[in-house]
Write a protein that binds this ligand. Structure first.
Ligand code: GBH
Length: 475
């Protein structure tokens, strides 16, 4: 017998927001059009050996020209909110001063089209495409970049704030700071641990100053303003109860999670992490008033979740086959820590799948920082998708991944976590950073030769979830 969605009892609360996420550099293409300036990702991708296959930002999914079609797709899927990012170099080609009206016009058209389709626009102001000119001036390790970011935020909010209530300043400052300035696997490709810590601070400062700049001018618009930030919190599981492994979990948790959440929500850097990092940095970049500027109220905290991790305080006694390759990972101040295989199935990225980590992340944040509305702003998986002979994409593994993670999110809601919405990563297959176009995360398949979009089975499945607010039975 066919069972209805109701049969499972997995219903999300009324008003729960169902969305999909993308980011400017990953989908837009048109990197040289309408006065867009160069970003650090254009430079990085053009540097031999940095991005798989020499892939770059053009044409990506050509969303810059096909946004209407993409909005129609979302509308046909019943998606309620669209999280996209704004390319700073389209708005300010040099990252400061001159404003490029043609760049603002693109987002203006995008937002109007979304509103016409009844889809809530959820912009993120910074998803890693820093104007190259600002990097030439020192990038995020340079304090001035925080000021420039606040100015840029005020420009964009000034232009679109009449139609948008929900804003995120930054996407995943962990990646921007540590992958970009310490590991060097993301733009700008620097490998300077001390600089990466200054980048952390100036990203956070930029967030706080941007939020304040936007709030200062919010009175112009006849609508509420909610400002938040998107953070990639994860769970760090100690490999054993040994002191060394517990300490490894503490240290990586500090570098991955608390170095962001503590300044944002408590106005302080964690003392234990400052001690661990003392030989790398004295945190001399923190000036009087900075932590107050960073810890302004957060109207929402967005969480991007992909995978939990297991850590050990060293490789000794662990089967070498179980130690994750780590691809040049630098965990500043915790270089001895190793990441250990948890024995879980993996996605095409090699990331282990364990949805219980999402419940843990959400319940912990709600316990540590009560009262902050939470959203899952990204969650999803890459698999080797292909269009089948029947013209469809049978990505049953992605359906299973999303189903498991939504059940985990629902579990958190049952436990009282103020989770208000969920955004799948990603709407479209896209430019997966250092992996180029080789990894497909979309609910919608993109044929990069023809730009043809095909809603995958997971997209159809997600559409049913978004429309009903509940999960269908597993079969
Ligand atoms: C996000 O970054 C980005 O916001 C988005 O642009 C990107 O396309 C998407 O995710 C997919 O990558 O060692 O197994 O735990 C996520 C970056 C992914 C970095 C998980 C840390 C740890 C993987 N993070 N990763 S695992």
């Amino acid at each position: 017998a066919t069972q209805t969605a109701q049969a499972t009892g997995v219903h999300f609360p009324a008003g729960f927001l169902w969305g999909a996420s993308t980011a400017s550099f990953q989908i837009e293409g048109a990197t040289k059009e309408d006065g867009r300036g160069q970003s650090i990702w254009d430079t990085f991708a053009a540097t031999p050996g940095k991005v798989f296959n020499g892939d770059g930002g053009d044409p990506a999914t050509d969303h810059y020209h096909r946004y209407r079609e993409d909005i129609e797709l979302m509308s046909s899927m019943g998606i309620g909110a669209y999280r996209f990012s704004i390319a700073w170099p389209r708005i300010q080609p040099d990252g400061k001063g001159r404003i490029n009206q043609a760049g603002l016009d693109f987002y203006d058209r995008l937002v109007d089209e979304l509103l016409k389709a009844g889809i809530e626009p959820w912009p993120t102001l910074y998803h890693w495409d820093l104007p190259q000119r600002l990097e030439d001036d020192g990038g995020w390790p340079n304090r001035d970049t925080a000021h420039r970011f606040a100015e840029y935020a005020a420009v964009v909010h000034g232009a679109l704030g009449d139609r948008i209530s929900d804003w995120a300043t930054l996407n995943e400052p962990w990646c921007a700071a540590f992958l970009g300035y310490a590991q060097g696997v993301h733009a700008p490709g620097r490998t300077d641990p001390a600089a990466s810590l200054a980048a952390v601070h100036h990203l956070l400062l930029g967030h706080g100053m941007a939020a304040t700049a936007m709030r200062d001018q919010a009175g112009r618009f006849d609508r509420p303003l909610r400002v938040g930030l998107v953070h990639n919190q994860t769970v760090l599981r100690p490999h054993s109860d040994s002191e060394a492994d517990l300490d490894a979990a503490r240290r990586i948790d500090g570098l991955r999670n608390r170095i962001f959440t503590e300044p944002l929500l408590r106005g302080r850097y964690p003392e234990d992490i400052r001690t661990d990092l003392a030989r790398v940095s004295d945190f001399g970049f923190v000036r009087d008033g900075d932590l107050a500027a960073i810890s302004v109220p957060l109207d929402m905290l967005g969480i991007n979740f992909y995978s939990p991790q297991r850590v050990a305080g060293g490789a000794e006694g662990i089967d070498p086959a179980l130690i994750e390759p780590g691809e040049g990972e630098v965990w500043t101040g915790a270089e001895d820590v190793v990441f250990v295989d948890q024995g879980m199935p993996r996605t095409a990225m090699g990331w282990e799948i364990d949805a219980t980590g999402l419940t843990e992340v959400l319940t912990r944040l709600a316990a540590d920082y009560p009262g902050v509305p939470l959203y899952v702003t990204e969650n999803g998986a890459a698999f080797d998708d292909e269009v089948a002979a029947d013209g469809r994409v049978h990505d049953s593994q992605r359906v299973a991944y999303l189903d498991a993670h939504l059940r985990a999110a629902h579990q958190a809601v049952e436990e009282g976590v103020p989770l208000k919405g969920y955004f799948a990563w990603s709407l479209l297959d896209n430019f997966e950073w250092a992996f180029g176009y080789s990894k497909r995360f979309g609910l919608v398949h993109v044929d990069y030769g023809t730009q043809k979009r095909t809603v995958k089975d997971s997209g159809h499945w997600y559409s049913g979830v978004a429309r009903s607010g509940s999960l269908p039975d597993r079969h």
